[in-house]
Write a protein that binds this ligand. Structure first.
Ligand code: HEC
Ligand code: HEC
Ligand code: HEC
Ligand code: HEC
Length: 459
């Protein structure tokens, strides 16, 4: 694979000029229907040094222009295909009886590559290049040329098939297609048991880890307010939470209705449940925090619904939209009660989830556009520890969401408020992550205590 990449680089350097025509050519598609179908053309098309393949960010440019270099060197997406032909990927293919190597299986390529049919490919490119530019930015054949010309507006690119990643709601949806799954491509417990990592997500943290290859905040787009530098991460976190809950409810709905593309009928799907209800280490009865707290709302021994995408978000929803939040709470209590039975009723789950999804969407829209300030962020930093017990008992994955939330929120808060004890708080937040390192020995009481401690040292 390494050599294939190198050859690709060479080819690019030689023909950079021919790859990006500076003026729209005759074959250029526009939004009208006579245009050629829009196609994928592969990451090589973006990699010229004068386009997005600069080694360093270009000074004074709104666009960094080193996006390709960031992606190929630092971003795991460029190695997503290699995850398939590694030892774990190949073992998964055997266990799952895919009948092909993982790197040839549509079931895997759907998320681990730019998996386009031959008809959708505008020019030959290597599937081994993993999750690349057009996975997130949309097929580029119709906008590649024109978008490099002066004064070509973003809106025209969108009309020609570019994904609007600037819209935080669309952007999160895009990430979640692979990081949560859809009925056409998903990671279920069968795949997890065969070796796939469990999927979890949080937009701000995951964007930072990726890492971001864009300027954040950007300058204002025409007609839109300037993004507020201090609070972009908070907006990403909060709107991302709401979209994530909505997407999770959609997933639960199609799973309850048995709408998988392969028509296999699996219910309840274990990956919708709290993993560590089934997968935790056993010890002495007297030491069990689970027995100590009892099993609120379910029969002892039944695995609970994985409520991690709601446990923290509900606090935020209550703060900013108490009307919708109340109704959402009621609907999600129904979802949770039913999903936390050994044999959940599919119709009840589907009905409650479908009633809850639009509420989450409404809150998402509000969170994407509302202004943020230090007061709101501080209040959230306090509300999460205040709710430490419920969050910690909900699930290890809920605790993980709380840790990521405290991290994102505190980064934004401390940048603005510059508290004298920022190092102390930072260490306390790092402690949260440490307690999640070995999930099967997760201790809810200990986690709750660590979370509460942060409340006492916040300035
Ligand atoms: C719904 C999208 C999706 C599908 C389908 C999918 N994966 Fe993944 N896979 C992911 C994501 C997202 C990650 C990264 C998870 C994370 O780190 O949060 C991942 C990670 C992995 C990893 C770990 C990679 C590493 O660097 O540690 C392996 C191995 C893997 N996938 C193999 C497979 C195989 C084999 C298949 C097909 C049977 C498959 N995947 C199907 C989305 C998917
Ligand atoms: C995993 C998804 C993903 C991949 C892969 C990806 N990008 Fe991006 N890219 C994004 C997101 C998300 C944004 C910024 C969102 C926003 O507009 O605020 C972005 C922003 C950008 C921007 C800045 C746009 C602007 O208006 O500020 C450029 C340029 C860009 N990407 C180019 C590339 C290139 C070139 C590649 C391939 C080498 C690539 N991207 C791969 C998700 C991705
Ligand atoms: C086409 C599917 C796809 C899309 C869309 C996608 N990802 Fe991924 N992502 C993956 C796969 C597959 C991996 C695993 C790569 C590996 O480990 O080899 C991954 C890995 C990651 C990782 C590394 C996780 C780790 O364990 O280190 C981060 C961070 C990430 N993605 C963030 C994002 C963000 C943010 C977006 C949206 C802007 C996004 N992804 C969109 C498929 C996708
Ligand atoms: C209702 C109980 C239940 C739930 C909930 C559940 N699992 Fe499992 N899991 C099992 C069983 C049973 C097996 C098979 C174990 C065996 O045969 O040894 C298994 C197997 C596994 C394995 C392979 C075992 C190994 O030792 O490598 C992994 C990994 C795994 N599950 C992860 C998860 C994750 C992650 C979640 C949550 C997304 C989850 N499970 C949810 C019951 C459950």
């Amino acid at each position: 694979m390494k050599t294939a990449r190198k050859n690709c680089w060479l080819a690019l350097m030689l023909c950079a000029a021919c790859i990006v025509p500076l003026t729209p050519g005759p074959g250029t598609a526009s939004a009208d229907s006579k245009a050629e179908p829009i196609k994928y053309i592969g990451p090589g098309s973006c990699a010229a040094t004068s386009c997005h393949g600069s080694v360093k960010p270009i000074a004074g440019s709104r666009i960094l222009q080193n996006e390709y270099s960031t992606w190929i060197i630092k971003d795991k997406h460029s190695h997503a295909y290699q995850a398939l032909n590694g030892a774990i990927g190949e073992r998964m293919a055997r266990i799952l009886k895919l009948g092909a190597k993982a790197e040839e299986a549509p079931k895997c390529l759907a998320c681990h590559a730019l998996y386009a049919t031959p008809e959708q490919r505008g020019r030959p490119f290597e599937i081994s290049e993993g999750v690349s530019c057009e996975n997130c930015h949309g097929p580029a054949s119709a906008w590649l040329g024109p978008h490099t010309t002066r004064d070509w507006p973003h809106e025209k690119s969108i009309a020609a098939g570019m994904m609007d990643t600037r819209d935080v709601l669309h952007r999160t949806e895009k990430c979640l297609q692979c990081h949560l799954g859809t009925k056409e491509k998903f990671v279920d417990h069968e795949m997890i048991a065969a070796g796939h990592p469990d999927l979890f997500f949080e937009l701000d943290s995951f964007s930072a880890v990726m890492p971001r290859h864009w300027k954040s905040p950007r300058e204002s787009a025409p007609g839109k307010p300037v993004e507020d530098a201090a609070w972009v991460g908070v907006r990403d976190w909060s709107a991302g939470q709401a979209v994530q809950l909505r997407a999770e409810l959609d997933r639960l709905m199609w799973r309850a209705k048995g709408e998988r593309f392969d028509k296999k009928d699996v219910w309840p799907e274990y990956s919708e449940l709290s993993c560590f209800a089934c997968h935790h280490a056993l010890g002495q009865a007297k030491d069990s925090w689970r027995q100590e707290h009892g099993y609120i709302g379910r029969r002892p021994g039944d695995p609970a619904w994985n409520s991690s995408r709601y446990a923290v978000f509900r606090l935020l929803a209550k703060q900013i939209d108490s009307g919708n939040a109340q109704e959402l709470d009621r609907r999600l209590a129904e979802v949770s009660d039913e999903m936390s039975k050994l044999n959940p009723d599919r119709n009840v789950v589907a009905a409650s989830a479908s009633a809850a999804a639009p509420l989450a969407q409404r809150i998402a829209e509000r969170l994407a556009t509302m202004p943020y300030d230090q007061t709101i962020v501080l209040r959230m930093l306090q509300r999460i520890p205040d709710d430490a017990e419920d969050i910690s008992l909900a699930d290890e994955r809920a605790a993980e969401q709380a840790a990521m939330a405290m991290d994102s929120l505190y980064i934004a808060y401390s940048k603005d408020a510059k508290p004298a004890n920022a190092d102390e708080v930072r260490a306390a937040i790092n402690e949260l992550f440490r307690e999640l390192e070995n999930p099967s020995s997760y201790n809810a009481d200990q986690f709750a205590a660590s979370l509460r401690k942060i409340r006492t040292i916040l300035r």
